[in-house]
Ligand binder design. Structure first.
Ligand code: ATP
Length: 364
């Protein structure tokens, strides 16, 4: 097992795209680490550079004590699982799993035994003689995992390995993957653009944008204390409300609304200052009657979330979204009031969270 340390890692593609812009990051030994961000932010490039499938343009990578920056992929002791699994269609499950062992010149009998053993661990024993085309998506994914495991690598690198599965299989495979990683204890870097997947699986998450890390932290840190408005708007199944606010004495004027200034911010803001107030829809208490300190508006959209509803209110503060319990009757055109939970109010100055703690805050 091993940690992965990236120092001032840069990748510039031919043509000049700077896909990685001086990444400093340590993935700890045994950690399940997610790289998360929108399309084009550089997460696949970072994964492929760790694997050695892309060469670094600057900076370095260490796996454990070893500087692997200039080593070929086969010498890095890493195993990668690709989005499309990259299985050999003409080979059986056994031969697919045993393939990396063949490359390592492990004797045939030992290869077969090792492949069968790994297949058994992943519940694939009944499919050893089949070819990938005769397997479901979930089973193919397990074959790809088994192939990665067979060599006992120091590091697993996963490039969106769940994205080809349907929603139900995806949830099952997610739980399976988390359990497997815990049991094996192998340092794992997982690329996804699905924030729910990253929050569910990872010990820590790096949220990337434009080749840089915008926040590094635990799922709870990035969810509850997004370090900047980029992360705030990217994380969460219903996006955070980000509203213009002006400090007015002990309150925040949001639209025409005086919202209480949370005590923790009292010493850090100045009267008249323009800020952005962040509040997740889950932390707005909805009322059908006027309440002091509430954001009000007319209901313009109601979305069914299953066990709750998402109401969009349009009022002086702009558009505000609130999660409302399933029992409340919401009708388009009704007036509603949404009170922010004081301990969940976040304030951003020039896009950065005020009072972000060291280590939980921006990594750039
Ligand atoms: P996605 O989620 O869409 O896969 P990503 O976050 O993984 O995106 P990358 O694939 O790492 O992003 O791409 C980062 C940037 O580098 C993008 O601007 C992309 O267009 C560019 N890029 C990626 N591969 C190459 C390449 N081979 N040549 C030139 N530019 C590239």
């Amino acid at each position: 097992m091993a940690s992965i340390t990236m120092s001032e890692l840069v990748k510039v593609y031919p043509g000049g795209v700077r896909a990685l812009d001086s990444i400093d990051l340590t993935v700890e030994d045994g950690e399940f680490f997610a790289l998360l961000g929108p399309s084009g932010c550089g997460k696949t490039t970072l994964l492929r550079t760790i694997a050695g499938l892309e060469s670094a343009s600057g900076g370095g990578i260490r796996i454990g004590e070893r500087d692997v920056t200039r080593l070929a992929p086969g010498q890095r002791d890493v195993a990668m699982v690709f989005q499309d699994y990259a299985l050999f269609p003409h080979m059986t499950v056994t031969d697919n799993i045993a393939y990396p062992l063949k490359i390592k010149k492990v004797p045939t009998a030992e290869r077969g035994a090792k492949a069968a053993e790994t297949a058994a661990e992943l519940g694939l024993s009944d499919y050893l003689a089949r070819r990938p085309g005769q397997l479901s998506g979930g089973q193919q994914q397990r074959v790809a995992l088994a192939r990665a495991m067979a060599c006992h690598p120091k590091v697993f690198l996963f490039d969106e390995p769940l994205s080809n599965l349907d929603a139900r299989m995806r949830l099952e495979a997610r739980t399976f993957l988390k359990r497997l990683q815990r049991e094996l204890g192998v340092t794992t870097v997982f690329v996804t653009h699905d924030q729910a997947e990253a929050l569910a699986l990872a010990d820590r998450i790096a949220v990337m944008e434009g080749g840089r890390i915008r926040q590094l932290g635990s799922p709870k840190e990035v969810f509850h204390r997004p370090a900047n408005t980029f992360v705030a708007s990217f994380i969460g199944s219903t996006p955070m409300n980000l509203l213009d606010a002006v400090v007015t004495g002990k309150t925040l004027a949001v639209g025409e609304e005086p919202v209480a200034l949370p005590r923790e911010y009292a010493g850090s803001v100045t009267d008249g200052e323009k800020l952005v107030l962040g509040i997740r829809p889950e932390y707005l208490a909805y009322s059908t009657e006027q309440v002091p300190g509430a954001l009000h508006g007319e209901i313009t959209v109601v979305e069914n979330l299953g066990s709750a509803q998402l109401a969009t209110l349009h009022g002086p503060a702009g558009f505000v979204q609130a999660v409302v319990d399933e029992e409340t009757t919401l009708s388009l055109g009704d007036r509603g009031w949404a009170v922010p939970r004081a301990d969940r109010v976040l304030l951003y100055r020039d896009g950065d969270l005020i009072g972000a703690r060291e280590g939980a805050g921006s990594a750039t």
